[in-house]
Design a protein around this ligand. Structure first.
Ligand SMILES: Nc1ncnc2c1ncn2[C@@H]1O[C@H](COP(=O)(O)OP(=O)(O)OP(=O)(O)O)[C@@H](O)[C@H]1O
Length: 503
């Protein structure tokens, strides 16, 4: 390898008892796309935070072009030439692209707009500098974030799970951009759980397990199975076996639901109809931003209909359109929202207290007092059954890695023993081994007669677990398709609004 652009030696970082990074060595070559992979909680995000100066290491050295450097803040990292694009975008919706960029990059607006157009042309990141941010698609938002980073002329760009927010069609475009960047002299650190993506685009992969480096390979020389084994330390679980189940009574029914959300940037829903029975998994496919968030809020009860329209959403035999989430949960409904922090869990609270939020009905409240023993027992069982990597029930939810928090929330909701379970993005940010386990759990629930509704952007996932699929596009829901006989391309066509299947 040519002299590395960035070298880490012995990087170590602990959070209390958790050894998030232990003596990590890493060399990133110039002009390379370097993957960091590892299961949930392996220490990937921690390592990126050390490189970007967000966190300080307990021990270890950093070399930039061979010279030792200290990275005390993101500002220092940026001055050296290190940029980072986070998973969660930080743009102001009511400002234009160029206005957003001018908040960080100095210069006159006209000159900035020209640079935005030039970078767009050179790297396949076309976006209108004068477009208002709220009107952009997720793919365009990501382009703006990358452009903003490129304007500081980085030599190393860190991308944290960049494809997890993108619809399938946009992934190829992003990869073209990354290749062009590499060829123009920018190295890229690429975090992803998707092994096929890593093989498609990365020249090098460093694998982490439990905070240590367990492999450093050319991913093109290993198949996905090999990489998964290095990552999780064992073979992947065998494929799923959905049992023959005769669906039972209808547990969720929406009939011709129209809805205009309060949010001025929200998507209006038109004539949404679906029917889900006990012992069935129904999947809602679609590119995010087509009304899934609005539909989720109506089903969970976070958004409500007037009492007179309550029968437009029927759940477990009752019209529930006017009911709040607590009243719906009392009927046997459980729900995992897409946003883990803030809606799925309260980051500042312990896992035990987060259990209480939805599981209090399971005998955790007695005469107005919390039964702490019961609460801790329930939480410990979720942690054990769903392989949540954390010191224990007293850990704060915000201290868990993204994937482990997702496993915890899934575990909590499944442990409620619901009759109707609704999950948005069940395996978002979850590593391959844990994702397979979660999908198996969903199928087991179905086999046990639970009605399961899933919203997911991952078509493969939907085909793996669903009996039927409906596709959301511009606030409308397609007719129901039988997952066993429908082709992915047909769903793909409905996702972009060109109707290739007879509804
Ligand atoms: N601020 C914090 N306080 C306490 N523990 C933390 C903190 N940040 C991370 N950890 C712990 O450090 C370990 C590594 O977490 P990290 O977020 O780096 O993992 P990751 O590989 O990025 O996981 P994922 O794929 O789930 O995002 C985990 O056990 C996590 O719980």
């Amino acid at each position: 390898m040519s002299a590395p652009l960035l070298s880490l030696r012995g990087m170590t970082k602990g959070y209390g008892p958790v050894k998030a990074n232990q003596a990590i060595d890493l060399d990133v070559a110039p002009n390379s796309i370097h993957a960091i992979l590892g299961e949930n909680g392996a220490g990937k995000s921690t390592l990126m935070k050390l490189i970007y100066g967000v966190e300080a290491p307990d021990a270890g050295e950093v070399f930039w072009n061979g010279a030792p450097v200290q990275l005390h803040s993101p500002g220092e990292a940026r001055r050296l030439g290190i940029g980072m694009v986070f998973q969660h975008f930080s743009l102001f919706e009511t400002l234009t692209v160029v206005e957003n960029i001018s908040l960080i990059v100095p210069g006159k607006k006209a000159a900035l707009a020209t640079r935005i157009r030039d970078l767009g042309r050179d790297f396949g990141l076309e976006v209108d500098p004068f477009a208002e941010v709220h009107a952009l698609s997720v793919g365009e938002l990501q382009r703006v974030e990358i452009i903003r980073c490129l304007m500081t002329e980085p030599r190393l760009l860190i991308l944290d799970e960049p494809t997890s927010v993108l619809p399938p069609q946009a992934v190829g475009l992003l990869f073209d951009t990354l290749r062009r960047l590499r060829d123009s002299g920018v190295s890229i650190l690429f975090i992803s759980h998707k092994l096929d993506e890593i093989q498609a685009i990365c020249d090098r992969a460093t694998i982490l397990r439990a905070g240590r480096v367990t492999g450093n390979v050319d991913p093109r020389n290993h198949d996905a199975h090999d990489l998964a084994r290095m990552m999780i330390g064992r073979d992947m679980p065998p494929p799923l076996h959905p049992a023959q189940v005769t669906p039972g009574e209808v547990r969720l029914e929406l009939s011709g639901l129209d809805h205009q959300p309060d949010d001025p940037f929200g998507v209006a829903l038109h004539g949404i109809s679906l029917s889900l029975r006990a012992g069935e998994v129904l999947g809602i496919a679609g590119i995010s931003g087509n009304g899934q968030a609005e539909l989720s809020r109506l089903i969970s009860g976070e958004a409500r209909l007037p009492r007179s329209r309550r029968d437009e959403i029927r759940m477990l035999g009752q019209g529930v359109g006017h009911m709040d989430p607590g009243a719906r949960r009392a009927l046997g409904f459980a729900f995992v929202p897409e946003e883990r922090l803030g809606r799925g869990a309260v980051p500042e609270m312990t896992l035990s207290d987060n259990s209480l939020l939805t599981a209090h009905r399971l005998g955790m409240l007695r005469h107005g007092f919390i039964d702490r023993g019961r609460e801790a027992e329930f939480t410990a069982a979720c942690i054990r059954d769903f392989d949540v990597r954390t010191p224990g029930p007293d850990a704060e939810a915000g201290s868990l890695s993204g994937g482990n928090l997702q496993k915890f929330i899934m575990g909590r909701e499944i442990s409620l023993g619901p009759k109707l379970l609704f999950v948005a993005q069940p395996t978002w940010g979850v590593d391959v081994g844990a994702a397979a386990a979660i999908r198996q759990r969903l199928i087991d629930l179905r086999n046990d007669g639970v009605a399961v509704l899933i919203i997911s952007e991952e078509l493969e996932e939907l085909f793996e677990v669903c009996d039927r699929i409906q596709v959301m596009h511009k606030g409308r829901l397609s007719a129901s398709l039988d997952a066993r006989i429908t082709r992915a391309e047909d769903v793909g066509r409905l996702m972009i609004g060109s109707d290739g299947v007879a509804a």
